[in-house]
Design a protein around this ligand. Sequence first.
Ligand code: NAG
Ligand code: NAG
Length: 404
Amino acid sequence: MDKSLKSTLLFSCVLISLFVSSSAQTCSSYTFSRNNIFSKCNDLPVLNSFLYWNYHPTTGTVDIAYRHSSVTSSQWVTWALNVDKSGMIGAQCLVACQNTSGQVHVYTSPVTVYDTTMPAGALSFNVWNLSAELINNEMIIYATLELPNSRTRFNQVWQDGPIRGNIPGKHATSGANMRSSGTVDFSSTQTGASPSGGGAAGFPGQGRRNVHGVLNAISWGTLMPLGAIIARYLKVFKSADPAWFYLHVTCQCSAYIVGVAGWATGLKLGSDSSGTANQTHGNIGMVLFILGTLQLFALLLRPKKDHKYRLYWNIYHHSVGYTVIILSIINIFEGFEILDPEKKWKQTYIGILIFLGFNAVMLEAYTWYIVIKWKRSSSEQYPSVENGSTIGVNGYGIRSQQAV
Ligand SMILES: *[C@@H]1O[C@H](CO)[C@@H](O)[C@H](O)[C@H]1NC(C)=O
Ligand SMILES: *[C@@H]1O[C@H](CO)[C@@H](O)[C@H](O)[C@H]1NC(C)=O
């Protein structure tokens, strides 16, 4: 058992470090298939989008690349400057999609009405060297733009939607698709992963949001439940005493440290954006921080195992602990809704949950098997097992006898 438990822990560590290393992709870490080098980039806050550019002040032009990841061949994508207005009407679009002949088609389209199928047309400024490629579910549009009136600061809009035949259909009118606008300043000196204020005015960049998501999914969402599993199931084995206790404390403490860092990044993000979804997410985050801190204090106040209040302490510690785990998982899925990351993130986290859940179920069954075996065999070796009725409450009776 010790061996399989060790490998379980090891596997979890590997999984977690994989999760971290595949973490927060930001614009500055991307290599283009054409080896283009762009000196500036922004992580746009929604729709897995990134904007790269080189600004040429002498000619008043800018070379841009717009990258939209997680695109299927039945979707169109667009990136646009809106020179005089903001939002959709007036957007000077660069549109790309895979057409029915299987080729990537890219063209320009000025939007004048809401109910548009984005027909091709000339923009209000010159566009050269327009091209696009669809690689590994990433659509990238390249172009050189002549900036009107030598301005450098514009409203920008980006979007995706379904393609029917060769005709772009209406984009979704909720969630991230309604938040995909902001401003861009091509003369800005800020660049990289997540310039403050992000790619769009008032919204934090995708990079910072991803960091927040990864920190919290690891701490609250993975380490905390793992620590609870260690405590609940390792405790039963005499040989794991008191190792389980130190493992449990180490796991929860590091989860708490990373979790508080994640919570702090969330506070910053929360102050940079608004919306009721964000508010609920933020409130649950606050409750989690308070309950997590209470658990730390619980450790300091823990009565000795034969103390008459120990039972109450156990009830308190377990109920707060399980509440934290359940709320954490709820809040992580709430976060997925807000962040709207690539599907693989949510899938990875669901995979971790299934893995933890599977182990918990197996260990639960194994524990019951051991407990029943004890009950049947010599009662001298484990006198506490005589009280069979406590097994009814998930063997807590046995556990509290064995606890350090
Ligand atoms: C698809 O796009 C390519 C490249 O723009 C173009 O040459 C071709 O005619 C398009 N095919 C159809 C059916 O529109
Ligand atoms: C378009 O691309 C060609 C070849 O890469 C380049 O020589 C030319 O300068 C570009 N045109 C503009 C206006 O950037």
